[in-house]
Design a protein around this ligand. Structure first.
Ligand SMILES: *[C@@H]1O[C@H](CO)[C@@H](O)[C@H](O)[C@H]1NC(C)=O
Ligand SMILES: *[C@@H]1O[C@H](CO)[C@@H](O)[C@H](O)[C@H]1NC(C)=O
Ligand SMILES: *[C@@H]1O[C@H](CO)[C@@H](O)[C@H](O)[C@H]1NC(C)=O
Ligand SMILES: *[C@@H]1O[C@H](CO)[C@@H](O)[C@H](O)[C@H]1NC(C)=O
Length: 244
């Protein structure tokens, strides 16, 4: 069983995340031509017939603002975002714990990670569908087979020990609802929620045969959640969790 990134999060905003009944509106905001699911985009009415079209920063890839943007495109946008500029999210030191850190990834024509990633230099390695390195590093001759799909992602986070314990059943229901409403992930892909104060584990599971076309990928839902839990929401405006 492949294991996704274990996220060790200090999760102050968790409570506000769970209490956030109102959810990011996923209806494309045609009126104002913005992307409701990805603030790291540039939108304009350049589409056919003046249609609002949004392109990811960094790649120029046209994104579908009715659904989540892929993690690969989001990482790429993050790497190319200006270091200052408070409206853009900045890389934090709490990157994925079992990753080699942030890198500027190569994404394929669907916005997914290419199986082989190289480090601008001649250092290359193979990644899984979450973008995490899964082989030793090699040189440009390194061959990677098809992208290895991560069908099990374990998200681990902690709330402040001092705060009151959650009711497990309640927490389970709230997290499933959050993943469904905010990240459009059907509840059947939330395999389990474990809780032992103050640690919360969320298991996402989704293999290729279970994923219908148009279903959100667990890799992307987990990444949006991670950024939300760190107070670095990828959703624009007030739907973000900048409230703390
Ligand atoms: C569009 O912008 C106008 C004026 O800035 C604002 O009143 C309106 O609520 C916005 N609509 C949407 C859908 O964001
Ligand atoms: C890629 O290069 C950067 C900067 O040189 C480095 O910090 C990072 O660890 C490298 N990543 C890998 C996977 O080699
Ligand atoms: C996908 O998951 C289902 C349900 O857990 C399982 O029955 C099936 O064997 C899995 N398929 C693959 C290819 O792993
Ligand atoms: C955008 O995503 C939605 C939701 O997955 C899907 O129904 C729609 O067909 C997609 N639009 C395009 C142009 O791919």
């Amino acid at each position: 069983m492949a294991r996704g990134p274990g996220l060790a999060l200090q999760s102050q905003p968790l409570l506000s995340l769970l209490l956030l009944a109102a959810v990011a509106s996923h209806a494309a905001a045609e009126a104002n031509c913005t992307c409701p699911t990805n603030k790291m985009t540039i939108c304009s009415r350049d589409g056919p017939g003046g249609r609002c079209q949004c392109r990811a920063l960094g790649s120029g890839f046209e994104v579908n603002c009715s659904t989540l943007t892929s993690k690969c495109l989001l990482l790429k946008a993050r790497m190319t975002a200006p270091k200052h500029g408070r409206s853009l999210v900045r890389p934090s030191e709490h990157a994925l714990v079992d990753n080699d850190g942030l890198y500027d990834p190569d994404c394929d024509h669907e916005g997914r990670f290419k199986a082989r990633q190289c480090n601008q230099t001649s250092v290359c390695w193979c990644v899984n569908s979450v973008g995490v390195r899964r082989t030793d590093k090699g040189d440009l001759s390194l061959r990677c087979d098809d992208l290895v799909r991560t069908h099990h992602i374990l998200i681990e986070l902690r709330h402040r020990p001092a705060s009151r314990a959650f009711d497990h059943a309640d927490l389970d229901a709230q997290l499933r609802r959050l993943f469904h409403e905010r990240y459009q992930l059907p509840p059947r892909f939330v395999a389990a929620v474990h809780y032992e104060q103050p640690t919360i584990q969320i298991e996402l599971q989704q293999n290729m045969s279970q994923k219908a076309p148009g279903d959100v990928d667990i890799a992307d839902a987990a990444y949006y959640f991670e950024r939300d839990a760190k107070g670095e929401s990828l959703f624009p405006g007030r739907d973000g969790l900048d409230l703390n």
